[in-house]
Design a protein around this ligand. Sequence first.
Ligand code: KIV
Length: 258
Amino acid sequence: MKKTVQTIRNSKGERRLAAITAYDALMGALASRAGMDIILVGDSVGNTVLGHPTTVQVTMDVMVHHTAAVRRAEPESLLVADLPFAQAHREREAVLEQCARLVQEGGAEAVKIEGDANLEPVLSHIINAGIPVLGHIGLLPQRVNALGGYRKFGKTPEEHQALLEDAAAMERAGCFAVIGEMIEPAVAAEITQSIGIPHIGIGCGPGCDGQILVCTDMLGFQSKFHPSFVKTYANLEETILEAFRSYGQEVQDGAFPK
Ligand code: KIV
């Protein structure tokens, strides 16, 4: 059955949500067939499959291109697209225009926006225009250059308080759910209790209403890159290497084609 923002919102307190990233029609179709609640076309496309060092290099055109590819898989999962670097900090009409591109040209059913409580007015503006928004708090990878790296959030009382306020502001703005990234597990669990919309965690421990993982991480595409919180459910790096090597060898040996 097709998952909508209402499906996601109504899951709070009823069942845990499972979400995954996908960047093309192939992965989108598999994620949908596996019953994922949400497929996120994350700007992690930049550092997972496009060879960029971070998500900062990802542009609107790249996001539209990859979102449209996943859309062509016609997923039953809710299709959410990331608003890329710096776009949320433009004038609110410009932000709305970019979100509308993800919906109209990319085929997204909702957009994800990284930010904090300061974004409340702009989020309300987008949501009032009919574009559902998935908030994203905690570690905001688009700020990697300002942060000087990736780290856990919520360790100090100030950050703890600010995170609770960020989540509350996203709910007040009308977000249908919020992603928390790399938040201290006890703080993440408190956020989950404090809001009436689903809190979907990544690197936040078990006290969330659901989990999201980056598909290439959990599929074991890169053994050299393995965030501590990721569970790998497959080892595709090894499987693919083995297949490519066998093919190369069989061509050399004349065993393929027959
Ligand atoms: O871009 C992305 O993949 C994300 C997830 C880590 C939540 O933002």
